[in-house]
Design a protein around this ligand. Structure first.
Ligand code: SAH
Ligand code: F3S
Length: 436
């Protein structure tokens, strides 16, 4: 058996991957390995990957090319996560030196490669969520703890590879999620962010037939004194049930900020995306949220250049961005993905048109963001410390809207939750002063 001492892990993509990366590191540490930031030094190299857009997959393969040249001859290397699932055994054809290819639900099998370094390990099954049972609990948690509550997605938006890579939707048992949450609270977490590809679709029925929803998780978590802030991402519009909307009015620990992707403002495009296509129903949900929580802000994901999107369709996307005044949004050019229906649709849009539309949408989104940030000047907000900035002279906080707020570093130690007066703002961040 090879003497394994050090592992290197690089994570790409979403928060779910960041979480998976932390769990993998904890698991390997339990097997006696230590983490290194230096690929050349590592005995085991893991790329924890994202395949949501073609660019993301390409990034992983170019990183693999670099690592192949830099690593020690004896080092084992491989991929886990969504590119592993997307590529399957093709990954071995593209990079013959790869030792393992493990999908998002089988990375707990990683220690097998340590025991049998001479075999190739391929597992891209979508068995279930056993990985959660087999991974050790973390002994130290950062101030923001990301906790997956469900995985996979049943919505099958026609552009999206996630239902293929992460599989059908599965909700974790309520008591398991609460156990993780309690452990996070006891080991340093101040904010809990519940994660799921369709997080507000969380539904779990226990052995007595009792149904638990996301609102129940929020209610239970809010009882923990260590936890001061709660949020969740990403939400599917038509799954914003009334009990969940009401939580925004009832539970002050629930942040007044919600990511609820609309993707497009055009009913015609939404229908072809297999998304909820009633824009008025979407606006009704936003209005209900504003009624129970007048200070709530919404963010969205957008896709421009979906097959057959016309200029008129795109104008409707600009309209909704303007109407809802989304803050902190993400916008992407449509990227055809394997295993998806939209990749086979007629009238794919040229790269050039996609770029022009993305630029126009981004300038609208930037304007929204600048306007919102500027409107915060003079306000007092309770913010959570993230850490020092690069210079070490400032501290970076996160506002309840996830804006970055930079303050002068005080002489003495401070607690991580601070009331801050916002003194200045630009598109990207805020400046503030700690209120003594
Ligand atoms: N509900 C999921 C969404 C996952 S993908 C979650 O947040 O967990 C994140 C975002 O990527 C989507 O909301 C969508 O805007 C974008 N996206 C997904 N597939 C895409 C594709 N093929 N091309 C461009 N953008 C895409
Ligand atoms: Fe993807 Fe749509 Fe689900 S974007 S993750 S299929 S809600």
């Amino acid at each position: 058996m090879l003497k394994m001492q050090k592992f290197f892990i690089q994570t790409f993509g979403c928060q779910m991957n960041v979480y998976d990366g932390q769990r993998i590191a904890a698991m390997l540490e339990k097997h006696g390995l230590t983490q290194t930031d230096n690929v050349e030094d590592a005995d085991l190299i893991i790329l924890n990957t994202c395949s949501v857009r073609e660019k993301a997959t390409n990034k992983v393969y170019s990183a693999l090319g670099r690592i192949r040249r830099a690593k020690k001859d004896s080092a084992l290397f491989g991929i886990v996560g969504c590119v592993a699932r997307e590529s399957g055994s093709d990954a071995f054809k593209r990079i013959p030196e790869l030792n393992f290819v493990l999908g998002p639900q089988s990375y707990h099998k990683l220690p097998e490669i340590i025991k049998n370094p001479d075999t190739r390990l391929l597992n891209i099954d979508l068995g279930g969520l056993e990985k959660f049972d087999e991974l050790p609990q973390m002994t130290k948690t950062p101030s923001v703890a990301y906790i997956p509550i469900q995985e996979g997605c049943n919505h099958c938006c026609t552009y999206c590879i996630v239902p293929y890579t992460r599989g059908r939707e599965l909700s974790r048992p309520f008591k398991d999620v609460m156990q993780d949450t309690l452990n996070a609270a006891k080991t340093g977490a101040i904010e809990i962010c519940f994660l799921g590809q369709n997080v507000n679709g969380y539904k779990y029925t226990d052995e007595n037939g009792k149904l638990f929803k996301l609102s129940d998780l929020i209610r239970e978590t809010a009882k923990l004194p260590e936890i001061k802030r709660i949020r969740f991402t990403s939400s599917y519009p038509t799954e914003m049930s009334d009990d969940l909307i009401e939580m925004f009015g009832i539970e002050p620990k629930l942040l007044p900020f919600l990511n609820m992707p609309v993707q497009s403002g055009s009913p015609r495009v939404l229908k072809r995306m297999n998304r909820p296509d009633d824009i008025n129903a979407y606006k009704t949900i936003v209005n209900k949220l504003k009624t129970v929580r007048p200070d709530i802000q919404i963010s969205s994901d957008f896709i421009v250049g979906f097959p057959d999107e016309t200029d008129a369709d795109f104008e409707e996307t600009l309209n909704i961005a303007r109407d809802i005044k989304y803050i902190n949004s993400y916008s992407f050019k449509y990227s055809p993905r394997p295993h998806t229906a939209a990749a086979l649709m007629d009238n794919q849009i040229s790269e050039q048109i996609k770029s022009v539309r993305l630029q126009r949408l981004d300038s609208q989104l930037n304007e929204n963001q600048r306007e919102f940030n500027t409107s915060c000047i003079g306000q007092e907000m309770i913010c959570l410390l993230e850490g020092p900035d690069k210079t070490g002279k400032h501290l970076i906080f996160r506002t309840p809207y996830m804006q970055q707020c930079i303050v002068e570093k005080p002489e003495s130690e401070i607690s991580p939750m601070q009331k801050i007066k916002i003194t200045d703002a630009n598109k990207a961040s805020l400046r503030g002063e700690i209120i003594k």
